[in-house]
Design a protein around this ligand. Sequence first.
Ligand SMILES: CC(C)(COP(=O)(O)OP(=O)(O)OC[C@H]1O[C@@H](n2cnc3c(N)ncnc32)[C@H](O)[C@@H]1OP(=O)(O)O)[C@@H](O)C(=O)NCCC(=O)NCCS
Length: 380
Amino acid sequence: MRVFQGSVRADVGNIMYVYDHIGGEFDKYRSEIGLCDVLALIDEMGRDIHVLDLGCGTGHPIAVRIAPMVSRYLGVDNSAPMLDAFKQNAPAAECRLLDMALVARVGGCWDLIFSYGAICHLSRDGQVAALTAISGLLKSGGRLLFTGAEQEGHCTGSVGPYVDVIDHYSLGRAGYTALLEKSGMRQLWAEARDGGNFTYLYEKGANHALDRQRAVRTQACARPADGQRPPVRGEQMTVEIRQMVIADYDAAYALWSETEGMSLGDDDTRDRIALYLTRNPGLCFVATVTGGIVGTVLCGHEGRRGILRHLAVKRAFRRQGIARGLASQCLTALAGQGIRKCNIFVLDENPDGLRFWEHMGWYRLENNYRTLQHLTDARG
Ligand SMILES: CC(C)(COP(=O)(O)OP(=O)(O)OC[C@H]1O[C@@H](n2cnc3c(N)ncnc32)[C@H](O)[C@@H]1OP(=O)(O)O)[C@@H](O)C(=O)NCCC(=O)NCCS
């Protein structure tokens, strides 16, 4: 058994905790960064375009100006308080609450996708996945504009009263170009703009490398036994993550039973899970597709450390960001309750699970030995 630990501070969930707290006040801290570049692009591309704004925040100042000018404007953000302000500020725009790591879910075919101060909060691996997905959402000839440092690396930044707590990662100029060229994108320019903010502009060419990759990935998907169908190529799948309730028990237990690397015991009866949910309100989640459960996670804490358990995703729905979304919800909920670190126990005989957590940036706690005493035995 390995013990893994994740720092809540370093996770994107915690960034959202900060943004959620700043919420409607964010306008005070948001400069005009990006507005000139987006206006210049619209002058060049014309107004009959579809624009996707990733990390749209409260919509100030870009959506407020641009949404009424173009055919379609969609703002995406992972902060509900920010989006509440966005709806007020930019009534001409659509908006959607979504984790950037799940950007592929947006679907559509966009002329212009831009992201100011948002993609850079994802880890290196997260950016690789998100930028690859974003390239696939662009029309041929479409443009991608985003901020990220010129050099590869990591730093922390500040927003309002939150000083030096916001993580920023960059693949660097060469890294972004190497990655995006694989998706058929070419760099138009990369420059320090607006107050030293380093900005990249890419254009999608006629190379459909990404489409070919997707086709291969879709063919690799097995059809699930219960008839609940994974998405086929080009089809949109809407995944919803909501709090788990005891009425989900049967479907959740069925998923756990068919999940490799998951050990079930007398703590997994309906009564014990009901007790767990009551003891840990707002911390356990299920992911659903068309109402059916395709993923679960249980989470609790003892006032100091969080613990994640039973993170499982149905085979046919894997590698689409569902586990990331579930884990992120837990870390955000833990942060909301003042818990800053979280552990997970992974069986040695679950090498895939070990690789998954390492990939997610969690690290092994070496020299940790677990001991166990059954309370009923201890009483005797
Ligand atoms: C592990 C598990 C929960 C992952 O679910 P998932 O929905 O496929 O994971 P996601 O799509 O959210 O993946 C998030 C990231 O991890 C990566 N990843 C997923 N499974 C991985 C694995 N087995 N090894 C390495 N990386 C993995 C993904 O590529 C993705 O990376 P990216 O965001 O940088 O592109 C799922 O495979 C599962 O249910 N396994 C069995 C139960 C288990 O082992 N649970 C965890 C240990 S307790």
